[in-house]
Design a binder for this molecule. Structure first.
Ligand SMILES: [Zn+2]
Length: 304
């Protein structure tokens, strides 16, 4: 079971050589997800050798250009390369009109179906679920309708003690029962096999949250309770707090405060404004409140 996040773009509005606009690629239990798709995302996917035709779910947080200007290009490339697999696209409702208009104006069409799910959530709501994972969307506090996301692994199966299992020559038919922690009745031997001897508890299920862009509110603590990793914007530092308030963004300190209150385990700060030369002030300011913090960099890959 794997759960990783690769940051493709960790900059704010203006793309720079060091930081692309927002995008990240998540691989969770063999599900491939893209969150946001700023300009240049497809070249970042290529640069970091990510097989982007595997992406099935795309989540767009809001319709400021630095979060979706790369989407038309990426979809177009997917189509040119012969994609026929569906894409499930979750985004503010207006994105559907934007895509339709661009396709109409260019006389193009995609050879794969796009299932569009308009985001309108006023609280934390489950928007996707399958056997292994769940995705939630919740409202953020920004200048236009903006959404954060939590991706969670579902409760996992019990692990098998392979050697004991083999040694006792237990029937293979027991495996699905043991994985659920249930005993198995072996009809051939007319014997009830007790699972306990052969299983270990499941590994813990992990969760990852994404918040960009957002001016922190107390009411958001409940959305992020106990997530393992949080990526949160910190466009500014406290020195430019007024600018943060005006543009409805956060400072590093505010993101750290939200993480502490939510009992998040690890915080990654991103969406760094191009006005800053170094990241030390972000780290120093955040660490005063929440110690387990890192600055996200383009290309950085983390395990949740
Ligand atoms: Zn924005």
């Amino acid at each position: 079971m794997s759960f990783s996040v690769q940051f493709l773009g960790t900059g704010a509005a203006l793309p720079t050589i060091r930081r692309n606009p927002s995008a990240q690629y998540i691989e969770c239990n063999n599900r491939h997800i893209l969150i946001d798709c700023g300009e240049g995302t497809q070249t970042q996917l290529r640069k970091f050798q990510i097989k982007f035709q595997k992406i099935k779910i795309i989540l767009i947080s809001h319709l400021h250009g630095d979060h979706y200007y790369g989407l038309m290009g990426l979809l177009s490339t997917m189509s040119l390369l012969g994609r026929n697999q569906d894409i499930h696209l979750y985004a503010p409702p207006e994105l559907k009109e934007i895509i339709d208009l661009q396709l109409k104006a260019s006389g193009h069409h995609y050879d794969f179906p796009i299932h569009f799910y308009p985001l309108k959530e006023k609280e934390k709501v489950k928007i996707y679920e399958d056997k292994k994972i769940e995705i939630y969307a919740f409202p953020l506090n920004h200048r236009v309708a903006t959404f954060g996301f939590v991706i969670s692994e579902k409760e996992k199966d019990f692990r098998l003690k392979g050697e004991v299992f083999k040694m006792d020559q237990v029937s293979l038919q027991a495996i699905p029962f043991f994985r659920k922690g249930e005993n198995f009745f072996d009809e051939n031997k007319n014997q009830l096999i007790i699972a306990k001897k052969y299983i270990l508890p499941p590994t813990s299920s992990k969760s990852y949250a994404y918040c960009s862009d957002n001016a922190v509110l107390e009411s958001q603590i409940q959305y992020l309770k106990n997530v393992d990793c949080l990526y949160h914007e910190s466009t500014f530092i406290e020195k430019h707090k007024e600018r943060a308030e005006k543009t409805k963004h956060s400072t590093a300190k505010q993101a750290a405060y939200l993480s502490k209150q939510s009992k998040v385990k690890k915080l990654y700060l991103g969406h760094i404004s191009s006005r800053y030369e170094g990241v030390e002030p972000f780290l120093n300011e955040a660490k005063e409140i929440f110690s387990n913090v890192c600055i996200a960099e383009d290309g950085m890959k983390i395990t949740v």
